[in-house]
Design a protein around this ligand. Sequence first.
Ligand SMILES: O=C(O)c1ccccc1NCC(=O)[C@H](O)[C@H](O)COP(=O)(O)O
Length: 230
Amino acid sequence: MRVKICGITKPDQGRSIAQFGATALGFICVPSSPRYVTPEQIREVVSALPDGTDSSIDRVGVFANAAVEEICRVVVAGGLNAVQLHGHESPQMCQQIRAALPTVELIKALRIRDADALQQTTVYETAVDALLLDAYHPNLLGGTGHTIDWSTLQSFRPCCPWLLAGGLTPDNIQIALQLVRPDGIDLSSGVEVAPGDKDLRQVERLFEQLRNCRDRFGHDRFVSPKQPIS
Ligand SMILES: O=C(O)c1ccccc1NCC(=O)[C@H](O)[C@H](O)COP(=O)(O)O
């Protein structure tokens, strides 16, 4: 299972989170966010990663309603290998980004207000490599700490891989994964002291909980430290 920890701003925290077993680090490239980082800051985090993980861990830039040219500029300058679109990007725009960045993984985030909102996922399934389902908030695009009603996702099986996001914490991750079967999870505020400042104890607890899930259910869809399950 993929485990993405989003909103990384500090090199020492990125390094520790990689060592705990995260398969992806997310960088907020949305200037209005309190978690915003420049391409130079992203490079500093990536260069502090333990040897070997700097190329194996996914480096995901999170954008919202940015122009294709701006996304390309940040991807190159920041050394990113994945792009997450967290705004109102159309399937056509996703295809333009895919054409401009053919070797970069493209993830479309969709904010799920209710079960009906899941219908919008079908038009993106062929335009991107993966979907990320996040909670709806009237004023904020992401990092809200709000959860999706997981019961609406119990039979969600898109044609492409997908990540569950929105208000996940070490305390609720087991319950979420008992109800929902995503290919990966994404956490931000649930493992933070303050926006952009990760709580390493909570990140460690998250991986403990994931290992407990694996032990309890007797299968390998949960992550083990330093041996992420793809
Ligand atoms: O985190 C932000 O500040 C942010 C701002 C604008 C667009 C997206 C943003 N975050 C996207 C993420 O990938 C978060 O990890 C996701 O929304 C889950 O956040 P949380 O509910 O805090 O776990």
